[in-house]
Structure formats: C-alpha cells, structure tokens
Write a protein of this length. Structure first.
Length: 117
C-alpha cells in the first residue's frame, strides 16, 4: 500500500490543522494505521494510532485531548485533527500502516507542521 500525507502548514499557537493521508494500492481496512512525527534533531515518535476496525485508538500523552485520529475505510483514508496546536508540535508528520502486530511497515512521505508562538 502507498500512503500520501497532506495538510501540513504554518500556523499560530492555538490554531488547528487537519492532516490527511490517502492510501492506494490496497485496501486500508487491512491495516492498523497511525501518525508519527519527527522534530529536528529528535527521533521519530508515534502520535496516534487506530485499529483496523477503528474501535481502538492510541494517543501519545503529549497530544491527548487535542488531537483526534480517524479513518474511513470507505474512502481509503486517514485523518489527524489537530486542535490547540503548540510550538512543541512542530515536526514533520508521517502516516504509516501496519500489516501485522510486528510494527508499521508502510510509510508515507512527511508533511511539515510548523507552529509559532
């Protein structure tokens, strides 16, 4: 499956952004999917994830209550609604898909999110 992320941009603290990730080459319903981010000079970390059925979600503590992950298996797409953005949310954001419990094995290109104070 190929993933294409979009929706990044430059915003002010407190603003909102919605990231999208479109999938092609395979049905997204077969994968658990998630969003990761990587800030300059730091390692890539998971932000949020959602199970195949969308019954289960995971959020990093740093984004709980501000970010919402959702998926549409019908549209073969994934979204990340980001509200109350903070400067520390500045990073390149990646969407990824996991075909098994062994980890995320398909990655989209990143989209830059920059939050200024």
């Amino acid at each position: 499956v190929q993933l294409q992320a979009s929706g990044g941009g430059s915003v002010q603290a407190g603003d909102s952004l919605r990231l999208s990730c479109a999938a092609s080459g395979g049905p997204l319903r077969d994968y658990a999917i998630g969003w990761f981010r990587q800030a300059p000079g730091k390692e890539r970390k998971i932000v949020a994830a959602i199970s195949r059925s969308a019954r289960n979600t995971f959020y990093a503590d740093s984004v709980k209550g501000r970010f919402t992950i959702s998926r549409s298996n019908f549209k073969n797409a994934l979204s990340l609604q980001m509200d109350g953005l903070k400067p520390e949310d500045t990073a390149v954001y990646f969407c990824a898909a996991a075909s098994s419990d062994k980890g995320f094995d398909y990655w989209g290109q990143g989209t830059q999110v920059t939050v200024s104070s």
